[in-house]
Design a protein around this ligand. Sequence first.
Ligand code: PMP
Length: 362
Amino acid sequence: MSSARPAVVPENLLRPEVLGLHAYHVPPAGGMVKLDAMENPYPLPQVLREEIARVVADAEINRYPDAAASQLKADIRKVSGLPAGMEVLLGNGSDEIIQLLALAVAKPGAVLLSVEPSFVMYRMIATFAGMKYVGVPLAADFSLDLPATLEAIRRERPALVFLAYPNNPTGNLFDAAAIRQVVEAAPGLVVVDEAYYAFARDSFIPHLARYDNLLVMRTFSKLGMAGLRLGFLAGSPAWLEQLEKLRLPYNVGVLPQLVAAKLLQHHDVLLAQAESIKQERTGLLRALTRIEGVHAYPSEANFILFRVAKATQVFEGLKRRGVLIKNLNGGHPALTDCLRVTVGTQQENERFMAALQDTINQ
Ligand code: PMP
């Protein structure tokens, strides 16, 4: 019997930046209260599940999906209130769209600029695409440092700027007027990433027609479709026509297309769930604020960032008590002793709070 020999990877074959990367880590959550990944905690109503079952039963999965995804795009245009004349491009999650945008502009020496701390995939994908990444530090209160951002734009001439609105992991909306100044100053594309739009009180979609270099990206992951993997980029047809050339054919499968279109017909159900999450967020923020030694940041998203002494021990204590959240301690220096909890159902939030109190009192 021959035993398997581990393959030797000839490292000189790989790009050095690939050797330096770490794969995106997703910890196992088996059996735990899962509050680490900004998912919608509510199951779909039974009637909707049955409608989906019928759609899936009739799906022609022996065929490639509709490459233009015409029905789904029309549904998305409708529910997102896109200004007249604006178009959408679909991605297998918005992560894929970040990658597509980077590939489109990644000439040698091209810069991708974002702020820090923010969504880690901007930096990772800049590296995938061979771009230079520039992260402008946020102010101490996590607001946009406009003078520093404008200065970095003048210095670096970024081909692509990403601003998450609301920001992950800090949960706040940057000042809209400051973002408009960034869009006006940027020599290249500015993408406002509205992954958490369903929980926020503002959006840049109405500004799309005003700026030639502005695009808005959204995902349905946080609105109850994380498992479908569906994001979109909205903007002028002139931009999207160019970017479409880089989209892999059939990147959104038959089942995600059909199921998402069905769910968007029931958009009101998803929005009502988002509304409940917003109410739970208010209660959770209040409860966190009451705990001595915890500093919680207000949030326009479906998660709350908080600071607590010995955060990693607190995170481990929560895990031992069956609650999984996100430990940000040890990553970006501005997030020292920071943890991020996704807003769950009332019951999940209560379990989290009880476990947190217990861990801190220990
Ligand atoms: N943008 C931001 C700001 C995010 O936080 C996330 C998910 N954590 C994404 C984009 C990616 O979402 P998805 O790929 O699920 O659409």
